[in-house]
Design a protein around this ligand. Structure first.
Ligand code: AHG
Ligand code: MN
Ligand code: MN
Ligand code: MN
Length: 325
């Protein structure tokens, strides 16, 4: 595949032909690309148009909502309203599932973290969006949280993230490898920039909020000691997307482990851990809770949390050996 002049839409068309990807899934991802352009614009001018700071409410997982969290969520909803693509939506910023269009032929369920790393907003740090797509299961005119949304990650048909960093990069998979597209803002197009991404096996970096390190399980602490002994450099951005993207490009591991007070850690399974696990596995990396493969977890509720260790295969394999020792 040539990378020159490979717009996201042209790539999706090729994927459609090569792997029988349904046209509706291509359009869904293309529409995510459109929301990424809107968010790129709004994030970059947030300080100028009164979009910094808090709204004053908390979301379902207790996070103080920022204005850009709410804007991002609304942008997603508007991008998929009346498209006949998304039957049901689970979002970090919506307490309940939103049934958008439960007519029989509406094919997909979207799980999304509209804006990841929102503590970085006011200091112009990296931000992200994370999404996972499932084929809808119900076809009787009504949608169901249990049947359509609470699905194991192994059933995901597509996943992706957008990193709003020094450039905006959209990384996605439909289960046939991982590719990355960089937004050319002068053209308003995502162009293929990272063909067939492969996560390096060894970790050059690790990312974790070490202020909790003393509360982690002994085997996690042992891994951290090992990484420090190897002079694996610490990089922690406060945005999961940015840290996982670095791990994918350079080799690395991101950890958000359990603590006694938070036995499931902080991150949310459906719209943070599982989509990133799908992408990283597709790129040859690994993603586990602390003991299990993330993609095999069966969610019991929309905002369920899960511990996460994700990234380079050699590091995760070493961790598993430490666990079994
Ligand atoms: P979100 O902004 O979508 O709520 O996600 C925040 C997540 C993740 O992006 C980040 O790595 C982590 O929370 C940071 O948590 P700490 O501030 O506890 O380190
Ligand atoms: Mn949040
Ligand atoms: Mn997040
Ligand atoms: Mn978020």
């Amino acid at each position: 595949m040539i990378t020159q002049a490979m717009t996201l839409d042209r790539y999706l068309w090729q994927q459609q032909k090569a792997f029988n990807i349904p046209v509706e899934l291509s359009i869904l991802i293309s529409q995510i690309g459109y929301t990424a352009k809107i968010l790129t614009r709004e994030i970059s001018r947030a300080a100028l148009v009164g979009q910094l700071g808090l709204v004053g409410d908390k979301n379902a997982t207790g996070d103080a909502q920022k204005k850009l969290d709410v804007f991002s969520n609304q942008t997603i909803i508007e991008a998929f309203s009346d498209t006949g693509l998304v039957a049901a939506l689970a979002s970090e910023e919506l307490e309940m599932a939103k049934f958008m269009d439960c007519r029989n032929h509406t094919p997909y369920v979207l799980c999304i973290d509209p804006l990841d790393g929102s503590s970085n907003i006011d200091s112009s740090g990296a931000l992200g969006t994370i999404f996972g797509v499932y084929q809808r299961k119900t076809y009787n005119g009504c949608c169901s949280v249990e049947q359509d949304i609470l699905r194991s990650g192994t059933e995901m048909v597509a996943a992706g993230y957008i990193l709003y960093g020094t450039s905006t990069v959209l990384v996605c998979t439909c289960g046939h490898g991982v590719n990355g597209f960089t937004l050319d803002t002068s053209l308003g197009e995502f162009l293929l920039s990272h063909l067939n991404l492969q996560c390096p096996s060894e970790s050059k970096y690790y990312s974790a909020n070490l202020s909790y390190a003393q509360e982690w399980q002994p085997h996690i602490q042992k891994l951290i000691v090992h990484l420090n002994q190897q002079h694996t450099s610490l990089r922690y951005s406060g945005a999961l997307v940015a840290d996982v993207h670095r791990s994918l490009i350079e080799g690395g591991v991101y950890l958000y482990p359990s603590t006694p007070d938070y036995p499931d850690g902080k991150l949310r399974l459906l719209y943070e851990c599982a989509p990133l696990a799908f992408i990283v596995e597709q790129a040859g990396g690994m993603a586990i809770t602390e003991t299990k493969r993330v993609l095999e977890l069966q969610p019991l509720s929309i905002h369920q949390r899960s511990p996460l260790i994700i990234g380079s295969k050699a590091t995760l394999t070493l961790y598993e050996q430490m666990l079994q020792a």
